[in-house]
Design a protein around this ligand. Structure first.
Ligand code: FE2
Length: 274
């Protein structure tokens, strides 16, 4: 699926931009399906999930269970201090995750049709296995910032093998919070590992406490339909969406089943799709 020069480019810069990877029909299928899922979603009674310990614990629990579910996460600014929506339900969702590639027939069929496993193998994964998917909305005006991070922090294997596939369902621009990445930054050591804590919940373990290099982040402005492939150690970031347009994206992450997948990774994936 990739030309040799594209594989070389991925190896050198840690990411690869593939134009026109999916059709407008495929993009609209995913966006309409997400809208239908949100329509059917009944928001929980307790929505002020940032205030008390008990609420934090249930939030943790919901997050951990999302590894094997199709779960809905709100934009922080979508809910006020009293737990009321500040926007319509369709505009309130930050993302849907993290197992729709295995559990939801529409996402599952799309992931199969787009053959990410073949891409993963061309980029060096011996036995590709999809462990995480997300439909990201980056809602107009309130879509939150995602801090600089490496995906292998969250999907750690030994040796490291994670590759992320980021599909633009809508145009991604500086104004609506496109991806930004450090070209060649995949050679930087993995900084942190996000894992299950011994006493419950999750924790960040520091692996390398040197500061991020002073490289300028490159703006990855892309048209709808473009695929960006991200090396698991590539530092990337996206700013808050201050524009009036959403910036929807679908992401899938593969790891290599030939590598060791630790039992204390936060995400314990479904091993075989039903
Ligand atoms: Fe990421």
């Amino acid at each position: 699926m990739l030309k040799p020069e594209q594989v070389t480019q991925f190896q050198q810069q840690g990411y690869l931009v593939v134009d026109d990877f999916i059709s407008p029909h495929q993009r609209h299928t995913l966006m309409q399906h997400a809208a239908d899922l949100i329509e059917a979603f009944e928001p929980p009674e307790k929505r002020s999930i940032f205030t008390t310990d008990e609420q934090e614990r249930s939030s943790d629990d919901y997050f951990l269970k999302s590894a094997n579910n199709v779960s809905f996460f709100f934009e922080e600014k979508a809910i006020d201090a009293d737990g009321n929506f500040t926007v319509a339900k369709q505009r309130s969702i930050n993302k849907i995750g993290h197992a729709q590639h295995a559990l939801d027939p529409v996402y599952k069929a799309m992931v199969h049709a787009l053959n990410f496993n073949a891409l993963g193998m061309e980029l060096g994964i011996e036995k590709p296995v999809a462990v995480q998917s997300m439909h990201i909305f980056k809602q107009p005006s309130i879509g939150g910032e995602v801090g600089l991070h490496q995906d292998s922090t969250f999907l750690y294997t030994q040796p490291k093998s994670c590759i992320g596939f980021w599909l633009a369902l809508e145009d991604a621009t500086v104004e609506n919070g496109c991806l930004q990445a450090i070209p060649g930054g995949h050679t930087i050591a993995l900084k942190q590992r996000f894992r299950l804590a011994k006493d419950g919940g999750t924790t960040f373990e520091t692996l390398d406490d040197s500061p991020w290099p002073e490289h300028a982040l490159e703006m990855l402005e892309v048209s709808a339909g473009t695929l960006i492939i991200l090396h698991g150690q590539l530092p990337h970031y996206s700013a808050a969406n201050t524009s009036s347009r959403s910036r929807q994206a679908f992401t899938l992450h593969l790891v290599d089943d030939a590598c060791d997948y630790p039992k204390d990774n936060w995400l314990q994936p479904i091993r075989s799709a039903p």
